[in-house]
Design a protein around this ligand. Structure first.
Ligand SMILES: Nc1nc2c(ncn2[C@@H]2O[C@H](COP(=O)(O)OP(=O)(O)OP(=O)(O)O)[C@@H](O)[C@H]2O)c(=O)[nH]1
Ligand SMILES: [Mg+2]
Length: 479
């Protein structure tokens, strides 16, 4: 696919490294005039002492690094740099690309950038380099979006899943689904009436058709399930530590993030704001949130804190519900469970944690089962550091039902891709229902065609310009 046109041939430039201090920073050019523009501002070290009239015409060898300076319009050095030229189509964008590696400070990079703009380049839009790579056919849309996931990946596993997307794993799965649909459509074309009039002939052909369509549905379901694991790897499992004041929530938070971040005191109501940290438990990335203790009464500040707590709990994937094991289950504990977990109409996983067992155990497993039935329960002491390994095990098991996410199997789907996959799923379901109801085959094929179209949109084969704008707009400038 190639929908490139001349509008994309102007030369864009951007700082491609993240903002802030760094060892090096890269200014990247792409487009027909990338080389011409970049050469207007670069001089090799060996030529630095020469007068402008004596400079030799310089044709850089592709993919070779040249040492020299970027000079401003008065001929003063802006920075000492390395210069490289990658002619299209063997470059990131498939266009002529020049990269200038400068020192990482914000000022030299900005000065190089503004000089490039003066010399005729245009500031790149967010994601425009990647968009050009896509428009020039070097990446399909899934691969382009994987680059976005790659930039955002928070753990090694997420990184690997994103790399998989980049290598085309998802695209090839989607292509397989499309091929399945095409073969179903072909079957409808060839065997048009499925012999509906003759019930005796409701034979192999039909059974085969039904089997194929169910097979297709289950493949889509599997993809969506793998999506859930991918989402966790990408965004972190939103895990909220909840409980009444003073049970040890902040102590657990500090233990899990391995840092004394939250204030811990014996005074109930110590924590009032939400504290958030990304951590990694046995390979499972968690977005861990410490909350203000919940109880029915409370002063103004506490009430606001509790409102935040409640909202966090409602959005959680996993709740760590903490109790003080050295006291009996209190009315407050029951109130939290009933009001927020049960009536809140939320459905996160929940682990019950009995803390402070060093002070004695006044809550039995039977008590817990009576009041909060059906949740894994653990006894720990943060003071003595006991039971904590088990807690980490339980978390990772709950997430992946005992299996760590296989690196190859988690899928990172952008929201757009997931939505299209779900739409395709609905269409295939409709087709199946139509088949069951013996609706004429040409109507079934309309549903299947529609499903095929949605799948095509996932990999960008049927896609409109505004969707493209939206996708690439999420990138940062310079990508
Ligand atoms: N004996 C004992 N004390 C603990 C244990 N865990 C925490 N504590 C103490 O319990 C008190 C409250 O701990 P926090 O971690 O601040 O409790 P919290 O649930 O965050 O309290 P709020 O922020 O007020 O809701 C502190 O004095 C801790 O030192 C434990 O396992 N054993
Ligand atoms: Mg606290």
């Amino acid at each position: 696919m190639n929908i490139r046109n001349d509008e994309f041939n102007d030369t864009i430039v951007a700082i491609s490294t993240p903002p802030g201090e760094g060892g090096i920073g890269i200014v990247r050019f792409s487009g027909n005039d990338a080389l011409a523009i970049a050469l207007k501002m670069f001089v090799r070290k060996m030529e630095r002492e020469k007068l402008p009239g004596e400079l030799q015409k310089f044709f850089p060898v592709p993919r070779k690094l040249y040492y020299g300076y970027v000079l401003d319009e008065q001929g003063h050095e802006i920075d000492e740099v390395l210069f490289s030229y990658m002619p299209g189509p063997h470059s990131y964008t498939c266009e002529d690309v020049v990269e200038i590696n400068a020192h990482g400070g914000a000022v030299p990079l900005k000065n190089i950038l503004s000089l490039a703009l003066k010399k005729g380049a245009r500031l790149a839009d967010p994601g425009e380099f990647t968009k050009r790579a896509y428009l020039n056919g070097r990446l399909d849309l899934v691969q382009a979006e994987s680059i976005l996931a790659l930039i955002r990946a928070k753990t090694d596993k997420a990184l690997k899943a994103a790399l998989n997307g980049l290598k085309g794993a998802l695209s090839s799965e989607i292509l397989t689904l499309r091929a399945d649909i095409v073969s179903l459509l072909a079957q409808i074309e060839v065997e048009v009436d499925f012999s509906y009039e003759d019930p005796d002939l409701e034979t192999d052909l039909e059974r085969d058709f039904a089997k194929k369509i169910l097979g297709l549905l289950s493949k889509i379901e599997t993809l969506l399930r793998r999506r859930f694991q991918g989402k966790i790897l990408q965004e972190g499992l939103k895990t909220v530590i909840a409980g009444r004041p003073n049970v040890g929530k902040s102590s657990l938070y500090n233990y899990l993030i391995r840092e004394e971040r939250a204030i811990v005191t014996e005074i109930p109501g110590t924590t009032r704001d939400l504290l958030v940290e990304y951590i990694n438990v046995r390979g499972v990335p968690l977005k861990l949130i410490d909350t203000a203790g919940l109880h029915p009464a409370g002063d103004e500040v506490e009430k606001i804190g509790m409102m935040f707590s409640r909202k966090a709990m409602e959005e959680a994937d996993l709740l760590l519900f903490m109790l003080d094991a050295s006291q009996e289950i209190s009315a407050e504990d029951r109130w939290i469970y009933r009001n927020i977990y049960q009536d809140g109409n939320i459905d996160p996983g929940l682990i019950i944690i009995l803390n402070k067992i060093d002070l004695g155990l006044r809550i039995t497993r039977e008590n817990v089962e009576d009041v909060f039935p059906g949740h894994p329960t653990l006894e720990i002491s943060l003071r003595e550091g006991s039971g904590l390994e088990k807690l980490e095990d339980t978390i990772s098991k709950m997430v992946f039902s005992g299996e760590a996410v296989a690196e190859g199997s988690a899928l990172l789907l952008e929201a757009r891709q997931e939505e299209l996959l779900k739409k395709a799923q609905t269409c295939v379901e409709d087709a199946y229902n139509a088949y069951i109801k013996k609706i004429p085959p040409d109507l079934i094929s309309i549903d299947l065609r529609q499903a095929g179209q949605y799948l095509g949109e996932i990999i960008g084969e049927e896609i409109s310009e505004d969707i493209l704008e939206h996708i690439f707009g999420q990138f940062c400038i310079g990508k």
